[in-house]
Design a protein. Structure first.
Length: 577
């Protein structure tokens, strides 16, 4: 892949004037160009090959697309020109949204806020986008999950990007991700757009592609063959893991449309996701076959309250509940309250430190572990994201990734300590790890030890779109989407100083990453019902525990050196005999 030239660059925005594209404003590089954030509300895309842009007459196509102005469509607003007034790209509105593949994941905070009704509203508004395109004689063609973002305005709203790839006028379709292609139709039509809409929205509801799951006679990765054979998740013998959301979350008429489309080869415009009318036949799904009980696991319930289920366990032993209450597993006490699902809690110097968002403002509280006395903490630094690793707390600030440190001098004080340079717009943050696209070169940003932060070039991630990731001691696991729409899992094991790493890569059905990494370096992962893998990444030692009580909807975490999990809102401790 060709990377965008480094260094600042001036371009002319049609109707706007001269702007400077800085490396620090880089968002992403991939496919046909690089994208930069300009000012508060503008994005500029510069094509990697201006000669190809001229050959394809993209300047006229951009002008044809400018008329497609709709609140949910991130359409071009004008051309970007070089100093000779040659078209080299275009500009469009900036959208700070959540990529759809992340919303597929059950534990995603935005998805939890939406709920099933919110997903139906989001899918209905996506229908509005498809109808608008068709009414204006355009085809979306490649409306894959990477082309959609979700924002919260008047309820959940979609935003579709990559509009320059649409087919309009004399410009034919040029590319489509194989995972959304209708292999039964030659060429592209309005109905192929609706087929792609169905693939993406089905994943919003259930978390899985409609042609995945375990099915006898098919190997993992044979997605195209499954699609050609109409052997979908509605096939009689297909087996799905417990973390696939039940199909009952889908409105009945739409569920029937999914079955007829994916299993029976029907091609029709879908019903509205907001139509909750009933149909005669109902569709159920089958769970995967799991192993017999071995008795090797001991499980102890630590928290249960149906009226206030648990959402997340922090490594310090604090549980965040649906109400926002923060519950200490050790003392069984209520210690505080979170305002958002994006809060972080660590324990340091005899205090719990709660970092939380109140709208767009970041607030900090220190709570004395012994007395529960509360202290408001101030930090005069603009923050964009929170990150914790073990008992260390970080914020993404204008200075980069800044470590926040607690000082106790009579009373607790919070200070911004050392910072490590990261690019603001092209860095994605996950659980204890960041992934940065530095003009087409991908880096993993991983805090480790007591004071260090590693920035490691990982060439294996180039050209992939990370969806979720987790990090522990000398270990990072990433699930990303490749250009075919397939999900790939990469496991990186580092040396002590994070100078070198070993990598394992394999295909997975979904972006779900159910893993706990203990501080001493032992990892526990559930990838399929009936099996728990316990291993030490730095030595390769692996123990497989097979038990029918192990299911993929047991969301793993850790309480210091103990593996815990949440299922049905209850917190359990897990230990091997």
């Amino acid at each position: 892949m060709t990377t965008f030239a480094r260094g600042n660059r001036q371009v002319i925005l049609e109707g706007r004037g001269i702007v400077t594209l800085r490396q620090s404003d880089h968002i992403a590089t991939g496919g046909e160009g690089s994208v930069f954030h300009i000012g508060a509300d503008t994005v500029v895309k510069i094509y990697t090959d201006p000669q190809k842009m001229a050959h394809d007459d993209m300047a006229r196509k951009i002008q044809a697309l400018v008329v497609l102005q709709h609140p949910y469509i991130v359409a071009p607003q004008g051309l970007a020109l070089n100093a000779r007034n040659d078209p080299i790209g275009y500009y469009m509105p900036y959208v700070d949204g959540e990529a759809f593949p992340r919303i597929f994941i059950t534990g995603n905070p935005m998805r939890k806020r939406f709920g099933d009704k919110g997903i139906s509203l989001l899918a209905s508004r996506m229908q509005e986008v498809v109808r608008f395109a068709h009414d204006h004689k355009a085809l979306i063609v490649d409306g894959n999950e990477l082309s959609w973002l979700a924002v919260t305005r008047q309820g959940p709203e979609p935003r579709i990007i990559d509009v320059d790839s649409w087919s309009i006028g004399r410009w034919p379709p040029t590319v489509i991700m194989p995972s959304i292609q209708d292999w039964h139709t030659k060429g592209f039509t309005q109905l192929t757009d609706w087929f792609a809409w169905g693939i993406v929205t089905f994943q919003l509801y259930t978390g899985i592609h409609p042609y995945k799951g375990t099915l006898a006679g098919y190997q993992r990765g044979e997605l195209e063959r499954r699609m050609r054979d109409n052997t979908s998740v509605f096939s009689t013998d297909v087996r799905l893991n417990a973390n696939v959301r039940d199909f009952s979350c889908i409105p009945p008429k739409l569920l029937e449309w999914y079955r007829n489309t994916f299993q029976n080869g029907m091609r029709e415009i879908p019903p509205s996701p907001l139509d909750v009318g009933v149909v005669v036949s109902m569709v159920t799904r089958a769970h995967a076959i799991v192993a017999a009980t071995t008795g090797r696991l001991m499980q102890e319930k630590l928290y249960a309250n149906a009226a206030d289920p648990a959402l997340r366990v922090f490594p310090c032993g604090i549980v965040m509940l649906q109400s926002g209450n923060l519950h200490d597993l050790a003392s069984k006490q209520l210690v505080g309250r979170a305002k958002s699902h994006e809060c972080e809690v660590i324990q340091k110097e005899g205090y719990w430190i709660i970092a939380d968002w109140d709208s767009s403002q970041l607030e900090f509280v220190a709570i004395d572990v012994a007395t529960l006395e509360t202290h408001q903490l101030s930090l005069q630094v603009r923050c964009y994201h929170l990150l914790q690793q073990g008992n260390r707390l970080f914020a993404h600030t204008d200075q980069g990734l800044s470590e926040l440190r607690l000082l106790v001098v009579g009373k607790p004080l919070l200070v911004s300590d050392r910072s490590w340079g990261v690019m603001r717009y092209s860095t994605q943050w996950f659980e204890s790890v960041g992934i940065m696209d530095a003009l087409g070169a991908t880096f993993v940003i991983a805090p480790f030890g007591e004071q260090a932060v590693a920035q490691v070039r990982v060439k294996e991630l180039d050209g992939l779109r990370p969806v979720t990731a987790k990090a522990g001691n000398r270990f990072v696991v990433i699930v990303a989407i490749d250009q075919k729409g397939e999900y790939r899992k990469l496991e990186l094991t580092f040396d002590r100083e994070y100078k070198t790493y070993a990598v394992w890569e394999g295909a997975v059905d979904t972006a779900e990453l159910n893993m706990a990494v203990l501080p001493r370096g032992v990892a526990a992962i559930i990838t399929q019902d009936g099996e728990l893998n316990v291993f030490v990444p730095v030595t390769g030692a692996l123990t497989k525990v097979q038990d029918r009580g192990i299911t993929t909807d047991m969301m793993l975490g850790n309480w210091q050196e103990t593996v815990v999990y949440i299922r049905d809102g209850e917190v359990w401790r897990m230990q091997m005999r």
